[in-house]
Unconditional design. Sequence first.
Length: 95
Amino acid sequence: MTVAPHTEALGVISISRERVQELTSHTRTFAEMRAAFIAFDFENGSVASFIEFLLFSGVRLRASDIHIEPQEHGIAVRLRIDGLMNDAGTMPSSY
């Protein structure tokens, strides 16, 4: 596996300061992140905005991993924080 140097990755990621503030405002605690996850509009929201939310939440909460796991009734999302797996929620399989 090849990983791009930090300087190259910065050129690929383009996100406004306002968007970063919006994303991180929902993730001071895992409970706030989970509430924002549950409230996310999967019918109208873009996949990119959900992934942004998920990644920024993981960084803000200092998650060591983010698990996206297909299940029988949806796609489970879990974050490992301080060594413990935390269920963030389940998104629809159709998403």
